[in-house]
Design a protein around this ligand. Sequence first.
Ligand SMILES: Cc1cc2nc3c(=O)[nH]c(=O)nc-3n(C[C@H](O)[C@H](O)[C@H](O)COP(=O)(O)OP(=O)(O)OC[C@H]3O[C@@H](n4cnc5c(N)ncnc54)[C@H](O)[C@@H]3O)c2cc1C
Length: 143
Amino acid sequence: MDLLPGEDACAWLRAQQLERPAAEFKTVLAERLPKRFAQRLCEHWLANKPLRQYREAELRDIAVQLADWPLIASGTEGYRTAEVTLGGVDTDEISSTTIQSKRVPGLYFIGEVLDVTGWLGGYNFQWAWASAAACARALESGH
Ligand SMILES: Cc1cc2nc3c(=O)[nH]c(=O)nc-3n(C[C@H](O)[C@H](O)[C@H](O)COP(=O)(O)OP(=O)(O)OC[C@H]3O[C@@H](n4cnc5c(N)ncnc54)[C@H](O)[C@@H]3O)c2cc1C
């Protein structure tokens, strides 16, 4: 995650160092990030001291970290709050135009039961409705 999107973090840090050498890094960072988040970053990962005490290499290192902060999910909330499931009927096994099973004529699969997984944001509904519409059209036309 880029914690300072659209900003050259190194140039920003250098400018802050010149303008406010006595200011502590966590104070300056808290002006760009939520205060408690900035404090935690400085407590655990980024050294906190007055800006004048940072060497150029340290500023560069901090800038690299701010621009590319690794985020590792600690887990999921499990099935209880799942909004979409992976897996299902293999799409290679169905006709992409009629949604009919290639193996069992007259058998149709639509929506979530197929192995199609969209991003959150409407794509799963879209797939459910679009596949249902294709199926309905095929049934209507007697395929
Ligand atoms: C909390 C939540 C939030 C979501 N938010 C979004 C979102 O914002 N945008 C988005 O695109 N997608 C969202 N989704 C995913 C989306 O809802 C599903 O992908 C979509 O509803 C799948 O449609 P479907 O008709 O294939 O299956 P379903 O909507 O699951 O319909 C299957 C139906 O079959 C019924 N059924 C099951 N077994 C039987 C049986 N034996 N006999 C008779 N009926 C049976 C079920 O009761 C159910 O009504 C969300 C899902 C969840 C759980």
